[in-house]
Design a protein. Structure first.
Lengths: 219, 290
């Protein structure tokens, strides 16, 4: 899931400075779970903006703003309301904001900062466990990713900075390599850790990445 | 004929190294004064690479300046700020400047230093960097391209005998040996018995382990290190000793010399990190009988 956090309201208002009418778009998926763009948040944003003297053309939660075809369909259906606004305030991830811009050609203002790809531990608690490196080695590291869990992304074991099992960068979090070590030890797979892992191939994650799924290509 | 560090390591001489930190700026006067003070007493002097992720004058430049003064440098090279292109290029630069000793470290995270907004690089880790330097010695770069003029290094690495748990540290140590490190400098040692237990565990690797000695300048510093520095354990007895000493510099020298004496039969050398008190290093060595 894509984890987002709402920008400070003053920053959002600054971006909307001089704009009279705003069209608000939320998202039924990740942003709903993050409480940054569900029904409730969209409604409350409407109240805040109206309180600041803005007109709100509509406040909708789309399924989903990161889907270009869906955005284009929504734009066709609600063209007057959207085009008649000075900006679309997108309460989703950056992907959603980008796609709404691409599908509507409107002035888009992102309401959220997009933080990471995250695991939902429980309501309102999200953890980054995958760094989207494009070269998964979880089978070697006991299911814990050193790229995501070690701030240095080390491939061959701990840096030596961990104190009482906690990371030198953030004493609130566990040393990723100690998690890996303990898991491999329990599974009797410490040999995995003894192998020298080669440097990552960063040419696999050159931005912007795009793929066409083989099954679609063949069609 | 003066022996190089590499030759001294292979002849199993007891190695003595110290270290200096380049300034923030370009005034190297005190660096060079310190180096000259150490010149006839130590085998080589480490030059730190923007240590603690605090931006400073480059370790390569200061390493070369030491060499010009007749002091053998150990060029510290961290993975923190350079990708594999820059790491290889800087290693070749060192070799072209006549610097053979390279100490490879991961490096502290930039968030811990004075430019916390900097992009952390860590394109290679320390094990991979050692591998890469060994590769350069075969005349090829990481891309398999031939080098015009082949470098030769004396590659060092670090190990923390006080790591808890120790096993992951030992696994990484073994990888560094396999990758081609020919000497190790350790985190500061205060508990000689624990160090002896560590040496017993690594004796089968038959590599050169140079024990770290960090001067205890004050009781507060000792407590700070105990609380914040991984793998450092300064026993209360030592802290009391320094607390009750009428002359702390004198006491710091005494404790360091005593530790070095105790380490003589165990370690293959000592690396003295004086934290700005390099002028005390000759006295420490005198007292330790070195």
């Amino acid at each position: 899931m894509i984890i987002t956090r709402q920008k400070p309201i003053d920053d959002i208002l600054k971006c909307l400075d001089g704009i009279e009418k705003v069209f608000i778009v939320g998202c039924t998926q990740c942003a709903t779970i993050c409480k940054t763009g569900g029904e409730e948040e969209v409604k409350s944003m409407r109240q805040v903006l109206e309180g600041k003297g803005k007109k709100v053309a509509a406040a909708e939660v789309w399924d989903t703003p990161c889907n270009l075809l869906e955005v284009k369909k929504r734009f066709r259906d609600g063209k007057d309301a959207i085009s008649g606004s000075g900006a679309v305030l997108v309460m989703s991830c950056g992907d959603g904001a980008h796609t709404v811009c691409a599908g509507t050609g409107m002035n888009v203002v992102p309401a959220n900062d997009t933080l990471f790809l995250g695991q939902s531990e429980r309501a309102g608690r999200f953890n980054e466990v995958c760094a989207l490196c494009g070269d998964c080695t979880l089978f070697m590291t006991g299911g814990y990713c050193p790229n995501a869990l070690c701030p240095k992304g080390l491939q061959n074991g701990p840096c030596g900075g961990a104190k009482d099992g906690k990371c030198e960068v953030n004493p609130e979090i566990d040393c990723g390599w100690l998690l890996i070590y303990n898991r491999l030890k329990d599974a009797g797979k410490l040999d995995n850790m003894k192998k020298i892992m080669p440097p990552k191939d960063h040419s696999r994650s050159i931005r912007p990445r795009r793929i066409i799924v083989d099954a679609v290509r063949k069609r | 004929m003066i022996m190089t560090l590499k030759e001294k390591i292979s002849s199993r001489k007891f190695i003595i190294t110290s270290e200096i930190g380049p300034p923030k700026g370009i005034d190297v006067k005190s660096n060079l004064e310190e180096a000259l003070m150490l010149k006839d007493r130590v085998d080589a002097v480490n030059v730190t690479d923007s240590q603690s992720a605090v931006m400073r004058l480059g370790s390569l430049a200061v390493s070369r300046l030491l060499k010009e003064e007749g002091v053998e440098p150990i060029y510290q090279l961290t993975c923190r700020d350079r990708n594999r292109i820059a790491l290889q290029s800087d290693a070749l630069s060192a070799a072209a400047l006549g610097i053979e000793n390279v100490l490879v470290l991961t490096g502290d995270h930039p968030s811990r230093g004075d430019h916390p907004a900097a992009k952390p690089v860590f394109d290679l880790d320390s094990v991979q960097l050692i591998n890469t330097l060994k590769g350069l010695e075969t005349g090829k770069d990481m891309a398999g391209k031939e080098l015009k003029g082949v470098p030769s290094f004396c590659i060092g690495a670090v190990v923390n005998p006080g790591a808890d748990p120790l096993e992951p540290e030992l696994i990484k140590f073994e990888k560094k040996v396999k990758a081609g490190a020919s000497f190790f400098q350790t985190q500061g040692v205060y508990d000689v018995d624990a160090f002896a237990a560590f040496m017993d565990k690594v004796k089968s690797f038959d590599t050169c382990v140079i024990a770290g000695i960090i001067l205890i300048k004050s009781p507060d510093m000792a407590r700070f290190m105990n609380k914040n520095v991984a793998g450092i354990f300064i026993p209360d007895k030592l802290i009391e000793e320094i607390e009750n000493a009428p002359d702390r510099q004198h006491k710091a020298v005494e404790i360091a010399a005593r530790t070095i004496k105790d380490l003589k039969g165990l370690a293959h050398g000592v690396h003295i990190m004086s934290l700005g008190w390099n002028k005390l290093v000759p006295r420490i060595l005198d007292k330790a009988g070195l």
